[in-house]
Structure formats: structure tokens, C-alpha cells
Design a protein around this ligand. Sequence first.
Ligand code: RIB
Ligand code: CA
Length: 309
Amino acid sequence: MKRRVIIDCDPGIDDAIALMLAFASSDIDIAFITTCFGNNTIQQTTENALNLVNLFGGNVDVYKGAENPLFIDRRPIPEFHGPNGIGGATLETSPRKLGEDYAWDAIYKEAVACNGELSIITLGPLTNIAIALFKYEDLAKYIKEIVVMGGSSSFGNEQPYSEANVYSDPYAFQAVLNAKIKVRMVGLNATETTRMTFDEMKEIFDLKTSFSDKLAPMLDHYLRVQNKYGEEKLVIHDAAAMAVAIKPEIAVSEILPVSVELTNGRMFGRTVVDIRLHSQAEKNVDVVKSIDFEAYKNMLKQAVAHYSA
Ligand code: RIB
Ligand code: CA
């Protein structure tokens, strides 16, 4: 049976690859896409989401979400995904109009309609989910699982120990954890196990597709930024998390206590994963520890082949 999902994202180059994977999958049934600030402004991420859904032939709506995080100020860092959020790629403008509801209202309506069978895949800050939980006190019981690309049980990226999606809105992720929903966290420690060479990446996307010319500038930008910082290999974080959401069996995970560091300082926004055997803390998150790299690469290759047929 296909899993009914909503994808919440902030496209974003790796979000784009994740959406490519999602729309090629026969294992998930995408209800719609919701957008959030993060890799760029909400206006830009929403425009990108609309045009990416169109690019990948998705017949689903896009609902616009949060412009800012809860309680704090955060500005996008355009360097990593480029001034337009997708590496400067120019996509055909989607003929589809933006969905009329706010993201959090659309999420609630779908969750109730699915009566507990809805899963949510988040690829950006969790602000929309948090707002939906604040606004609808009964929402949590309708959500089957949230697969989160975010956090880390080890190093960070935007900060030494804080990962970008959680760091962009730490209070939002803590609000999601407080809601006692089943959460599977695909953090940097996990996506790190899918780090690939530039040649491996090029091999995956080598097959000609209807959108190869559109993906090329995105991949080039992603490679150029990683190269600039001397990365020999690179991670497509959101695509790795999407692969785990589509095929949970490719991940090894353990349910552990997780909380978000909310005190101001160098660790603000860090996901504190308690691995102490004697810990008495509540084990509340299924923390992914590794992803089957070959299975992941094959999923990407199959997705590209799906579009090249
Ligand atoms: O830390 C990686 C995450 O931050 C990815 O979702 C990327 O798109 C950025 O949003
Ligand atoms: Ca993202």
C-alpha cells in the first residue's frame, strides 16, 4: 500500500533532487507540497516548488508556509543554493496556481482526512508543522510519522554542532518533539554515510532526461560550492532523507532521547542525542545512524531512468 505523504520543503537544490526522487516513486502517494523559508525567502522557495513540481510532472498542489521562524530572526544564506535557491537554474513557470490555504491549514485538513495514515516528510525548517500543532491541538493524533531531514547526533553544518534546518527554527523542532509524534530523524550523521564523489554524482545524472538541462546548473552550483570549501565528496542531504522516507528499510536507526538546545550560545539549535546506556531520558526519536549507500544510489539512478524513459 502506498504511503500517503506531504512533503514540506525549502527548495533548495537538494530539495529539488529529493522532489525528483519522490515524483518518480511508486511507493508514496504525494498529497501535496508545502513550502517554508530556509534556503531562500518563502517567496522564492514557493516559486521554486511550484516550478519543480511542474518540471517533474507532479499533479499536486503547493501551499505556501512560514516566512520566518518562531521567536527568532534568521536570514537565508544564499551562497549554498544560489541567489534563486536552485543554483540559477531557470525553470518553466508552472501553469498551476498556488493553493489557497496556508500550509498549516492544508496539513491539518489532509491529516484529518487521512485519519491517522498521513506521514510528513520535512526537508526544511519545521516551522509549518509547529504552527499547525499550535493551531490544531488534536493534529498530533492524526499524523502517522514525520521523517525529518535535520539535526545531527554529531557535527553540524551551519554551526559547529547545529544543522541548518533545526538551527533555522530550533523552537519549531522542539515543539514537534513535544507533540509526541513518531519522528524519524535523518540528520547529518546519517546523510554523511551517503557522501559520494563528483564522478559518482555525475554518473547518476548522466542519463538524458527531459530536465537534464535544468538540473545541470543546480548540480554545477552544488558541486562548485562544495569544491570551494575543498570537499572531495558531497552529500545530497534531502535526497538521502527522501530515500529513507520512501524505503525505510535502507536505514539503520535506534530510538534515542533527543532534545533541542535552546539556551543561547555556541550550541543553540543543536540536537542533543543522548546515547548514554544509563540515560533515564525518554526515548522519543528514531535516530537514523546509517543509510545503505548502494541502495540509495540505485534509487537515484532508477529515478533518473524513470524520467528518461
Ligand atoms: O542541512 C541540510 C539541510 O539544510 C537541507 O535540507 C538543505 O536543503 C538545507 O535546507
Ligand atoms: Ca532543504
